[in-house]
Design a binder for this molecule. Structure first.
Ligand code: BEZ
Ligand code: FE
Length: 308
């Protein structure tokens, strides 16, 4: 790749200057020539070409480069085992969604595989197991929401025993891991039954901002972008010989879908109706919710073959 601007009159860059810049690109690219791992060599050489092309295209100033280093340093300092600023950065730049797009190409057999979306930083291992119809809330505040559906493959065959991990924020917009008291709430896992069916009680999702008290938040503010995510409920579904699905469902009618999701995660196929049920409406499992209104939604999950 040689993205060097060539028209001296338009750019003010002389052919000599352009040659100096291109020579440096070529030298750095060649420095990776002996990388034993071919894939690593490809990644490093391509990264070098794109990075230099960016610097040359925008005529990056030294002050700007120093600011970028300061930004990355701040991202490193705020990152720990609970807070991952680099994932946030990848998300708000759309890099997470682009990587997902590249690695989860649309697949359809008799049925179309459910689309994937961004993983986010709030999944944790070892969430409690709940039975069919169990409750993931664990004390998290929010409107109860009955979630049900099936897990099938793209031939339409039910998938029994699929492991379904679900996690979500409470109606204050926080995941359990954002509290300091060690609570486990708003997350669980369950398994699809012999017919591929699953059901659980969750919370009706509400919009919340991604953590924006760090460098990524400051960057969003500087460019006039909102940190708010469209309301969603996370799923990760794994089953033998099928492609693992990481996705969310979004709430039809949530104005944040139109305004824009801060991490570009919304896909039309993942927007689901969450039907509001007035207080007193009988629940699917006979649970007594007293004078509380509740909601219900359906999400049928279709898993692609493992190597599709
Ligand atoms: C989330 O949905 O949990 C999330 C995704 C990306 C960045 C921050 C949070
Ligand atoms: Fe989330």
């Amino acid at each position: 790749m040689n993205n060097a601007p060539t028209d001296t009159a338009a750019t003010g860059i002389t052919p000599e200057q352009s040659r100096v810049e291109q020579d440096l690109v070529d030298t750095v690219v060649a420095s990776f020539d002996n990388t034993p791992d071919e894939r690593l060599k490809q990644l490093m050489q391509s990264l070098t070409r794109h990075l230099h092309a960016f610097i040359r295209e925008v005529r990056l100033t030294e002050t700007e480069w120093n600011k970028a280093i300061e930004f990355l340093t701040a991202a490193g300092h705020i990152t720990d085992d609970k807070r991952q600023e680099f994932i946030l950065l990848s998300d708000v730049l759309g890099a997470s969604m682009q990587t997902i797009a590249v690695n989860n190409q649309a697949y359809a057999g008799a049925a179309t595989a459910t689309e994937a979306t961004v993983f986010g930083p709030f999944f944790t291992e070892h969430a409690p197991e709940i039975p069919h119809g169990g409750d993931i809330a664990g004390g998290a505040h929010g409107q109860p929401c009955w979630v049900e559906g099936t897990v099938t493959d793209t031939d339409g065959t039910p998938v029994p025993g699929a492991r379904i991990e679900v996690w979500e924020a409470d109606d204050d917009g926080f995941y359990d891991v954002q509290y300091t008291d060690g609570r486990v709430a708003g997350r669980a896992h369950l398994f699809s039954d012999a017919d591929g069916n699953y059901a659980f009680w969750g919370l009706t999702p509400t919009p919340y901002p991604i953590p924006h008290d760090g460098p990524v938040g400051k960057m969003l503010e500087s460019v006039g972008r909102s940190p708010v995510r469209a309301s969603h409920l996370h799923f990760m579904v794994t089953a033998e010989n099928l492609r693992t699905l990481v996705t969310h469902i979004f709430v039809d009618g949530d104005p944040q879908i139109e305004i824009g999701d801060s991490v570009f995660g919304v896909k039309d196929s993942l927007i689901k109706k969450f039907d509001q049920q007035p207080a007193g409406t009988p629940t699917p499992d006979g649970r007594d919710l007293g004078n509380q209104a509740w909601a219900r939604t359906r999400f049928d999950i279709v898993l692609a073959p493992k190597d599709a």
